[in-house]
Design a protein around this ligand. Structure first.
Ligand code: ADP
Ligand code: ADP
Ligand code: MG
Length: 501
């Protein structure tokens, strides 16, 4: 039985994992780089160990240092979160060798799915539909051109080791093939140390729809329905929602079955995600599998009513799944916005720095998974994700209205964030109507970036000023001003009780 877990990660996801540990009576151990000494995940944990300098390749990515901290703190298991070492087969293996449980799949599953070419071959064998294209790395450019002519333009050149939207090039015209292959290769080499690239047919007006799966060590595997992740910037998700506004019960059922088949094909164990690309006719193709907890897992948790981290830990404890496919359903609608420390008006440049003030949104149906606090300085070394704002409501429209309310209440002073940009998305008719695909942000860029900032700022200042004048008037036993305008008769009647406040 797992009694103590080291979380080999930082930021919001480290805290997210530790929260479930605490509920399960499991002790948590944080690891941190020098830049993260004052980070909230360090404070939240029961114990914490420094694992090196600020750069992640000298700390969060150094397997030896993490194993050393795990031994010192005598943990039974390691949870890798997402990013960093979460999809590193060597790490999964090393944990096993050291007698530490890796809360995640086997190195075989990670290796097979981590390499997109191998994953495509494996899926084809398992009769899961894959995007038309090649299943060998491009060696010979002339051959590549011939294959592309056969498949037909447009195509995507993609890195086999790709992740985080990197190493991908869209090719529209024949003369762009060679430059695309060479720039995809060099980006892949720099980001992943592997320059294998392959060809995929470009799916027009695509949707990114993924399925959450859970598999135990006893051959049971279920899916927890879909997440629509088509609001993307540079192939990276910005907003996710579930259920998908374009899904039908029949297609959901079929895709769910393929997702389970995909996981079974690699003897999967733990939580994972099967990503599909879907065209506007709802034809779907396997895109890739992420063999870890996903950034956007909370929307599934809310709509299906599960704690995915608890499930991961139970699976790692060798317990059989307690959930059965036929008992699962989707209730209501959940949306997640990724809140980044970045400047939408300046090409989304990362904008780390000191948090001078933060007011987090609260209230019915709101979940906020974050890690920054007033006085905290966001370091420049890592992903600029500050937090994830998740809302739930019975219907999609109510969820959008709730998200707007929560984004409005979310105030951060000191750094630029993506909050105003996300707020604008909630107002775009195509988003409101659920009629959008992965081109959504590009198609609406002008509106999304043309934020009426001064008026919003003035509104904020005006409401704060009105509030202070209201308090002053209360102090002087005057009748309170009505902040909403109109008659004061309601507040007059309550003056006595207000005075006692
Ligand atoms: P998700 O599919 O969970 O939304 P993303 O693709 O947005 O995941 O990536 C989640 C995090 O993991 C990001 O911080 C991203 O930079 C990082 N990441 C994703 N893939 C890789 C990879 N292959 N190597 C290193 N980091 C990665
Ligand atoms: P990563 O490992 O970087 O997450 P994915 O293969 O999951 O890469 O693709 C990321 C995104 O890129 C998808 O969500 C989609 O928007 C776009 N994309 C990838 N492949 C295709 C394709 N064949 N056709 C159209 N869009 C694609
Ligand atoms: Mg992906």
């Amino acid at each position: 039985m797992i009694k103590k877990v080291l979380v080999a990660n930082r930021g919001e996801i480290a805290i997210r994992v530790m929260r479930s540990c605490r509920e399960m009576g499991i002790q948590s151990v944080a690891v941190f780089s020098e830049a993260d000494r004052t980070s909230m995940h360090v404070r939240y944990a029961d114990e914490a160990y420094c694992i090196g300098p600020s750069a992640s390749n000298e700390s969060y990515l150094v397997i030896d240092n993490i194993i050393e901290a795990a031994k010192k703190s005598k943990v039974d298991a390691i949870h890798p979160g997402y990013g960093f070492l979460s999809e590193n087969a060597t790490f999964s293996d090393r944990c096993k060798k050291e007698g530490i449980i890796f809360i995640g799949p086997s190195s075989h599953a990670i290796n097979t799915m981590g390499d997109k070419i191998t994953a495509r071959k494996t899926m084809q064998k398992a009769n899961v539909p894959v995007v038309p294209g090649t299943t060998e790395p491009i060696q010979d450019l002339d051959k590549a051109v011939a294959v592309i002519k056969e498949i037909g333009l447009p195509v995507m050149i993609k890195a086999s080791a790709g992740g985080g939207g990197k190493g991908m090039r869209l090719v529209m015209k024949e003369e762009d093939i060679l430059p695309a292959v060479s720039s995809s290769k060099s980006e892949a080499k720099a980001a992943f140390g592997d320059d294998s690239v392959y060809i995929e047919k470009y799916i027009n007006s695509p949707h990114h729809i993924e399925f959450q799966i859970l598999a135990d060590n006893h051959g049971n595997c279920i899916h927890l329905f879909e997440r629509e992740c088509s609001v993307q910037r540079r192939h990276q998700k910005v907003i996710e929602e579930t259920p998908s506004p374009v899904m039908t019960p029949e297609v959901r059922d079929e895709m769910g079955k393929y997702a389970v088949a995909a996981a079974k094909a690699v003897n999967y164990s733990g939580a994972g995600t099967i990503e599909f690309i879907v065209d506007d006719q709802l034809n779907y193709y396997f895109l890739e599998m992420n063999t870890r907890l996903q950034v956007e897992h909370p929307i599934t948790e809310r709509v299906v009513g599960v704690d995915l981290v608890k499930e991961q830990i139970n699976i790692a404890n060798n317990e059989p799944l307690s959930l059965k496919q036929e008992d699962l359903s989707q209730k209501g609608h959940a949306i997640e916005c990724r809140i980044y420390a970045e400047d939408p008006e300046n090409n989304f440049m990362p904008n780390p720095g000191l948090i001078k003030h933060i007011t987090e949104p609260l209230g019915l149906g709101v979940r906020h998974d974050g890690y920054v606090y007033k006085g905290y300085e966001i370091p420049m070394y890592y992903d600029p994700l500050i937090s994830k704002l998740i809302v739930w409501a019975p219907t999609r429209t109510e969820a959008i209205d709730r998200m707007k309310r929560a984004l409005y209440a979310y105030k951060i002073i000191g750094i630029k964030t993506s909050i105003p940009f996300l707020n604008r998305i909630m107002d775009v008719p195509a988003f409101r109507q659920g009629k959008y695909n992965t081109h959504f942000i590009q198609d609406n860029e002008e509106f999304l970036l043309n934020e009426e900032k001064p008026s919003q700022k003035l509104k904020d200042i005006a409401s704060i000023a009105a509030f202070f004048s209201y308090l002053k008037k209360l102090e002087k036993h005057q009748s309170p001003v009505n902040l909403n305008g109109g008659s004061n008769w309601k507040t007059f009647g309550r003056k006595k009780s207000l005075e006692r406040l």
